[in-house]
Ligand binder design. Structure first.
Ligand code: F6P
Length: 339
């Protein structure tokens, strides 16, 4: 594994050995999270540590919702969607008072290290624990959104994209039968990674993403051109957080402006569930194996990621604050391939 093994100085508070580590999943669940939990558990056990699963994300710390994890507890989970540890978005953990209470509970429980699997919000919490306690903390990027800085891909993205793509392929059949325009909304409140990937793979005529503002009139004109050129049907992929507007309103605008038969399909949480793809299982296993190795080598306050096939570690604070940008070639493909 091409891992940077340089130990990170955690403020002179580093422990020599970890005898008990915890793992939790937080924020939007993502297919492949179970592969992460499994790899963290087995990796830590391999180093002689006890493993505690914290259920329902950071909320489970306050309610002491802890389960002992061992090799058997995580068996037969790699193929399952969702997260066996369950998840939540915990407001209490976002306050210094809340964290003080939570850190005390973790310390009383004898937990010395913690692996946090989640997205940006989860990383903010993890960065704060690393700063405010003696615990060693590592992040593993688990979110379908792929919007985490410091890694090319997040665990769950590949499965979500393939799930959405399957739906789009099916919709295209009926769109073509009726010569309709379908506006398909995919997830992504703040980023267009899913929309861009799904739009390119699904041959969408237009892709609306939060990073690029397109006004409804130019969208209508793009669609008009493609119908004028003889296209029978069109697919427009819309990220939920796009800058053009609400999906239904966009569809209505096009319907009345061009007198086309328009339909809307919101894929929603469908994209979050289901069997993780091979890619997500392997990515989750690799990143978590690296994360545990880092944790036991003294790394703290960092997130594991994969860039160009190499394992890298990025400070949690930086990973949660920096904006990951869309790939320029994908943006250019989006423009050229829709012709
Ligand atoms: O962060 C993952 C995600 O699925 C986003 O794509 C989406 O905007 C959000 O979570 C939905 O959150 P909730 O499940 O809380 O409605």
């Amino acid at each position: 594994m091409g891992m940077n093994s340089k130990a990170v100085n955690s403020g002179g508070k580093k422990r020599a050995k970890l005898s008990k580590v915890a793992v939790l999943t937080s924020g939007g669940d993502a297919p492949g999270m179970n592969a992460c939990i499994r790899a963290v558990t087995r990796g830590a056990m391999d180093r002689g540590a006890k493993v505690v699963g914290i259920k329902r994300g950071y909320s489970g710390i306050f309610t002491k919702n802890f389960v002992e994890l061992d090799s058997r507890a995580v068996a037969n989970t790699i193929q399952r969607g969702g997260t066996i540890l369950e998840s939540s978005r915990c407001d209490d953990f976002m306050t210094p008072e809340g964290r003080e209470k939570a850190i005390l509970i973790l310390e009383e429980e004898g937990i010395e290290g913690i692996a946090v699997i989640g997205g940006n919000g989860s990383y903010q919490g993890a960065a704060a624990i690393a700063k405010e306690s003696r615990l060693r903390v590592v992040g593993i990027p688990g979110t379908i959104d792929n919007d985490i800085y410091g890694t090319d891909y997040t665990v769950g993205f590949d499965t979500a994209v393939n799930t959405a793509l399957e739906a789009i392929d099916r919709i295209r059949d009926t769109a073509d039968a009726f010569a309709r325009v379908f506006f398909i909304e995919v997830m992504g409140r703040k980023s267009g990674f899913i929309a861009l990937e799904v739009g390119i793979a699904g041959g969408a005529e237009e892709i609306l993403i939060p990073e690029l503002k397109i006004d409804p009139e130019s969208l209508a004109m793009t669609l008009k051109k493609s119908f004028d050129r003889g296209k029978r049907s069109s697919i427009v992929v819309i990220a939920e957080g796009n800058e053009t507007g609400h999906t239904i309103q966009i569809a209505q605008y096009v319907q009345y402006r061009l007198n086309l038969d328009c339909r809307v399909c919101v894929l929603g949480h469908l994209q979050r569930g289901g069997t993780p793809s091979a890619r997500d299982r392997v990515l989750g296993s690799r990143l978590s194996t690296a994360a545990v190795e880092g944790l036991f080598n003294g790394k703290s306050g960092h997130a594991a990621g994969e860039k160009g096939g190499q394992i890298v570690f990025t400070p949690l604070r930086e990973a949660s604050e920096q904006k990951k940008t869309l790939d320029n070639l994908s943006l250019e493909s989006m423009r050229v391939l829709a012709l």
